[in-house]
Write a protein that binds this ligand. Sequence first.
Ligand SMILES: Cc1ncc(C[n+]2csc(CCOP(=O)(O)OP(=O)(O)O)c2C)c(N)n1
Ligand code: SF4
Ligand SMILES: [Mg+2]
Length: 288
Amino acid sequence: MVESAKPVPPIWCPGCGDFGVLAALKKAALEMKVATHDLVLVGGIGCSGSIHNFLEINGIHALHGRLLAQAIGVKLANPALTVIAAGGDGDGYAIGMGHFMHAFKKNASIVYIAMNNETYGLTKGQASPTSQIGFEGNIERPFDAILTALSIPAPNLIARTFSGDPKTMISVLVEALKFQKEGRGFAFIEDLSPCVTYNDTYKLWREKVLDVSKVEGYDPTDRKAMFRICLETMEAGRIPIGIMHRPKESMREGLESKLLGDAAGPARSDISLEPNMGAYQKLLAGIA
Ligand SMILES: Cc1ncc(C[n+]2csc(CCOP(=O)(O)OP(=O)(O)O)c2C)c(N)n1
Ligand code: SF4
Ligand SMILES: [Mg+2]
């Protein structure tokens, strides 16, 4: 019998923003009654990506920047599973950028939480794609994942949360879990998760975050309006948080239903010899 790995206590620095994500995730999964055996968490490489080690669920520690490819693969193998990918800004927006962009377009029904601390925490605080100019000698403008997500016209759920605001984070996570459960597609959440050791932004972000639902003209079903609201909020020196895009129609748009329909998926198909022999022999004959 194979023994399951047991969760270990988090190894994060005391005060790390990732603790907020862990706590919110537990609460949201509980509220949505996701059974632990039905939950798979694919972690990226970085402090943030180790989150799956701290939960009693099925988990994979993916290759650096490849967590989305693996998470989408798990969902396509068994669409009944609740699949969450979770990693850092370096993992998702640097080495993983190609997969990140395509995940919106592929639109598999998974939840992706990118814990953005504007640095490579695990490797001791180098500049990442979201670092501000001047941080560790960075001379490049920071990349903004929400504006990028809004620029891809796919029926995704797009949101940003802040580890200093657990209430909003739990409600956004609950909505994301519902979204994937209904097979509606990709739910992307960027969480502002300060790295207290190498880039402590708690105080600054607390002052700067702005709940976009309070802005005049807020309509998360209107992509153009939300792009303008987010851009103008940023130009005013604030950081927009909240739900940035929620598709108008609640259709089953997920990649898994487009590919498999209502089929259970290859991981749950009957692979015993007897019923598959005919197909196997046909395949062999085709090769010969
Ligand atoms: C292919 C590969 N390149 C580089 C590394 C080194 N490395 C480990 S974690 C990491 C970046 C971590 O930053 P981030 O994804 O933002 O996660 P954080 O630690 O900040 O949560 C890098 C570059 C690696 N493990 N694998
Ligand atoms: S180094 Fe930063 S990101 Fe990593 S655990 Fe510590 S506070 Fe968190
Ligand atoms: Mg990081």
